[in-house]
Design a protein around this ligand. Structure first.
Ligand code: N01
Length: 549
């Protein structure tokens, strides 16, 4: 325990806590467990929500569901937890994931160190004492040696500031801030703005309930059926018996998930342009029938060459066209001008068929953006669509927004917003130069959303736990990346992204969904094996690239 260490050494005044964690989503929960239960540090977690679970606490919109299988989108750190927990569906609903995180919080006695309904307003590094001073909207003013931002990469909602927004007389909701009591759409004229994963999941359910639904689409997504189904005892049993193998293989895979037709399958090594068109087609078809996102484990050149990528684009275009009755509507719904996989593939449950219904209208707002919101509806190309309710499925200021919305100050009063003016500079996706003892989980510069983020946060949580122990053992007070190491990581990340087609799509991965946000790859696309190798190497070489003092 660091507190005792300070007391004994008389080194400096006692802090309130060894570690403050901001965020009680899956990353914050695991970090608390690891640092307190397994390493004995004193830890306090703050979260603005009224419960644990992070993004799964807030995103309660109808249809919210994970697009990675339940047996994979879960913690690996406890054998007993993996064996005990029973998933009811192949892909868990928001409600089930939230139950799971609450179970974890109870089972590992985490709640007593989590202060809910408390938003961290500022985190300021005090150079006199080398401590972080954290202030919250509930008046807390606490000090800690280390601060961990477990604030999530899809947690800061983006609500575009449409002209006239405040004049709208009807009801408005954001998918990422959904009311706990739910929303009754019956008898209503509803507009949904946004057709990313959230919009695509909720639109079919709203269409069934509302009188009329108008969908405002800026960029159509590549849509793949999710093919959710109840969990069978046989599948659950076969995973539980082989969990070690599943997890080891997941850590070697680009996306961190490997289920394909209910088996753990290694990612393809062959290239799409090496195999015959028949073999390629057979792979695409087999993945289509399996459902979900397994295309990220298909041929590696899908990420790097347009020629390969186009073969999958054509496959998807054809599959999507088959599901839509009206050919004009189909032309609007089928993406044509950006590479597939470079914006997250969108898994659906009857989304495309929703546009075959009489009560659903699709409005393309790519070339003619929404002009304004009036008291009665939404105006596009001079036409007012009359609405009782607007649902904003407009996504997030992803990856960085959850941190830049907090007033974070490092050495010499440097603000995080200043340091990140041209993009989220960092080293190994773990730390930031000039911000000593501040760690990030699932943050920018890490594989974040490209990998199974629960597994990533477990890895990073252990890495930083070991790092803090090391500091303690060596009587060190501060760790921070050197400016040089940070520069190299930023360059290396950009170089990896530029080897792929990622920059060719306007996605939140590139910050392109937020006007004025620097256009850089927000996360590390070099893969988890490559990433973890570099993090391990830094640690075993005495924290190479970091300044220790
Ligand atoms: O957000 P998004 P999301 N005018 O940014 C549109 C995870 N997730 O909440 O594409 C008009 O993808 C915007 O248009 P465009 C998952 O990682 C997972 O849906 O920017 N439209 C887009 O259509 C996912 O990728 C699950 O041109 C505007 C939509 O709003 C991530 O969260 C479920 C606009 C936003 O889509 C984010 O998903 C849900 C404007 N001014 C989320 N501004 C699952 O596990 C934005 N848009 C299944």
């Amino acid at each position: 325990n660091l507190q005792e260490h300070f007391k004994k050494s008389g080194e400096e005044p006692v802090c309130d806590f060894d570690v403050i964690i901001v965020g009680a989503g899956f990353a914050g929960l695991y970090a608390l467990h690891h640092l307190r239960n397994e390493r004995g540090f004193s830890v306090r977690v703050y979260d603005a929500a009224g419960g644990v679970g992070g993004t799964w606490y807030w995103n309660r919109y109808p249809g919210a569901r994970v697009d990675i299988e339940s047996v994979e989108y879960s913690y690996s750190f406890s054998h007993e937890l993996q064996q005990e927990w029973k998933w009811s569906e192949r892909y868990p609903s928001q409600a089930e994931v939230l139950r799971y995180f609450n179970h974890v919080a109870d089972r590992f006695d985490l709640n007593r160190d989590i202060q809910l309904s408390t938003r961290v307003n500022s985190a300021v590094f005090d150079e006199e004492t080398n401590q972080w001073i954290i202030q919250t909207d509930r008046g807390d003013h606490v000090r800690a040696r280390y601060c961990i931002m477990a604030t999530g990469f899809v947690s800061a909602p983006n609500k575009p500031n449409f002209k006239g927004l405040e004049t709208f007389k009807g009801k408005q909701y954001h998918t990422a801030k959904w009311p706990h009591e739910g929303v009754d759409f019956s008898g209503q004229r509803v507009g949904v703005i946004g057709t990313g994963s959230s919009g695509v999941q909720t639109i079919p359910l709203i269409a069934k309930e509302a009188d009329e639904l108008v969908v405002f689409q800026r960029t159509p997504g590549y849509i793949v059926p999710l093919r959710n189904c109840p969990m069978t005892p046989e599948y659950s049993q076969s995973v539980k018996e082989n969990y070690g193998k599943w997890r080891r293989t997941e850590r070697k895979a680009f996306g961190g998930y490997i289920a394909l037709n209910f088996e753990p399958v290694n990612p393809n090594k062959k290239l799409a342009m090496e195999v015959s068109p028949e073999e390629r087609q057979a792979d695409y078809e087999m993945r289509y029938q399996s459902g979900g996102l397994s295309y990220y484990n298909s041929f590696p050149d899908l990420f790097t060459t347009k020629e390969a990528n186009d073969t999958l684009v054509e496959f998807f275009q054809e599959k999507m066209r088959e599901r839509i009755t009206d050919s004009d509507v189909a032309e609007k719904l089928i993406p044509k001008d950006y590479p597939i996989l470079m914006k997250r593939l969108v898994a659906d449950n009857g989304y495309l068929e929703t546009f075959n219904r009489d009560n659903v209208t699709l409005v393309d707002v790519k070339n003619s953006p929404i002009e304004e919101i009036t008291p009665n509806g939404v105006v596009v190309e001079g036409k007012e669509y009359k609405l009782d309710t607007i649902v904003f499925a407009t996504g997030f200021d992803a990856v960085t927004g959850s941190m830049t919305r907090i007033d974070i100050r490092g050495r010499n009063g440097l603000t995080l917003n200043e340091h990140w003016a041209n993009g989220p500079r960092n080293y190994l996706g773990l730390m930031i130069a000039e911000f000593p003892n501040l760690f990030m989980l699932d943050g920018p510069g890490s594989p974040g959303a490209f990998f199974q983020p629960i597994l990533l946060s477990e890895y990073q949580g252990r890495w930083l736990g070991e790092c803090i122990e090391y500091m303690n053992r060596h009587n060190l007070t501060c760790i921070e990346p050197s400016a040089e190491a940070e520069n190299e990581w930023v360059e290396h990340s950009a170089e990896m992204a530029n080897k792929t087609l990622l920059p060719k799509a306007d996605s939140w991965y590139m910050g392109a969904n937020i006007p004025g946000k620097p256009r850089v790859s927000l996360m590390y696309i070099g893969g988890f094996p490559n990433y973890s190798k570099q993090c391990n190497a830094a640690a075993v070489n005495g924290y190479k690239g970091f300044i220790l003092s």
